[in-house]
Design a protein around this ligand. Structure first.
Ligand code: ADP
Length: 365
């Protein structure tokens, strides 16, 4: 049980390599916070600063109100689970889990109770006497998690714990982690991943890191439905949100935009008179686009590539210019014979986002 407060946290490696700045974040007891972001954005660095494995170059980290900047890792009440689970190969599951407690000079009864509890939570009771080599990858990762549970930490830190597992095991272990979290509602967890699905399915809140800082913090659906900026809009959701340039032609409780590539769209994002004529990017998710014959439409183009995935069909349109990303539409179900066809697509006003200079008009500057 613990809450964390990060205030203006920054990291510079050596004297020169500035990786993170102005990290301000409040994490409440019982949350499962996921850090996501492109490779190299500083996710692991931030996690390692919380763990005490990296120094904090600026700002302050509080755990339960206590300043942690200079507290050694072992005294922070934190347990960390890494992607390489690094179990001791010559020790049984039971001994692997008990190891840290023996070092901490716990009594045999305390150790037994803790190991049995962790084994029960992780459904490892039948495997306690096995060596790691006789376990699947997912089971080994569970033992690694068990090693942290026995220590009853205030905060669990997970650094890409599933990335060494193959696709089907990843899904199974992801669900196990979700169940584990449910069985420990008061434990605070911070989880680093580059996998969007893990972030969306596990997180109580997601922290998107980019450009040395936090791009947005919110629940998974807040990030999906109300991205604050184009980066988050395109990072969350797959394929990424389409962005189409245009100009505001009518302001009010609904906004009308005339698109540079033809067509007009209506958005439920409200605008003021002062925003009339403003250049914007209209953001529409591929899954929100539907073929239409009439106005208003968001895009008109020729289908270049069709990806039939069964449950959905993804259409890639001919790019409007050489450097423009192709517009993508994701239609439910199977659609045949669309390659080479010209289509008009519309999107509901409620799902039409507006960005100016990279920022969503939904959020005041
Ligand atoms: P992520 O986990 O998001 O992929 P990291 O936190 O590992 O990113 O790294 C963030 C940035 O910090 C990267 O540009 C990386 O090259 C740099 N970095 C990481 N560790 C060190 C180090 N020990 N010395 C210098 N730069 C480092």
């Amino acid at each position: 049980m613990a809450d964390l407060k990060l205030t203006d946290v920054a990291k510079t490696y050596g004297n020169a390599v500035n990786v993170l700045n102005d990290i301000n974040l409040d994490i409440e007891t019982g949350e499962l916070i996921v850090f996501v972001g492109p490779s190299g954005c500083g996710k692991s660095t931030l996690l390692r600063m919380i763990a005490g494995l990296e120094t904090i170059s600026g700002g302050e980290l509080l755990i339960d109100g206590e300043r942690m900047n200079d507290v050694p890792p072992a005294q922070r009440g934190i347990a960390m689970v890494f992607q390489s689970y690094a179990l001791y190969p010559h020790m049984t599951v039971r001994d692997n889990m008990a190891f840290a407690l023996k070092l901490a000079k716990k009594t045999p009864k305390e150790i037994d109770d803790a190991v049995n509890h962790a084994a029960r939570v992780l459904q490892l009771e039948d495997y306690l006497d096995r060596l790691p080599k006789a376990l699947s990858g997912g089971q080994r990762q569970r033992v690694a998690i068990g090693r942290s549970i026995v220590r009853d930490p205030k905060v669990y830190l997970f650094d890409e714990p599933l990335s060494n597992l193959d696709a089907s095991l990843r899904v199974a272990t992801r669900i196990e982690i979700a169940q584990l979290k449910e069985s420990m509602p008061n434990s605070t967890m911070i989880y680093v991943t580059h996998d969007q699905v893990e972030a969306m399915t596990l997180a109580s809140r997601i922290v998107v890191l980019a450009n040395k800082g936090i791009a947005q913090v919110g629940t998974p659906l807040e990030l999906y439905e109300r991205p604050e900026n184009e980066f988050v809009a395109q990072f969350i959701g797959s394929p990424a949100m389409n962005l189409l340039p245009g100009k505001i032609t009518k302001t009010g409780s609904q906004t009308e935009v005339s698109l540079d590539g033809g067509g007009t769209v209506l958005s439920d994002v409200p605008t003021t008179d002062a925003q009339a004529g403003l250049g914007v990017n209209v953001g529409v998710r591929p899954e929100d686009m539907v073929p239409t014959e009439s106005d208003p439409y968001v895009f008109e183009g020729r289908v270049n590539i069709v990806e039939a995935l069964g449950e959905v069909t993804q259409l890639y349109f001919e790019p409007v210019s050489k450097d423009a990303a192709p517009v993508i539409a994701k239609l439910a179900g199977i659609h045949q014979g669309l390659r080479g066809q010209s289509l008009r697509l519309a999107a509901p006003a409620a799902k039409t986002h507006l960005f100016a200079q990279g920022r969503s008009l939904l959020y005041p500057v």
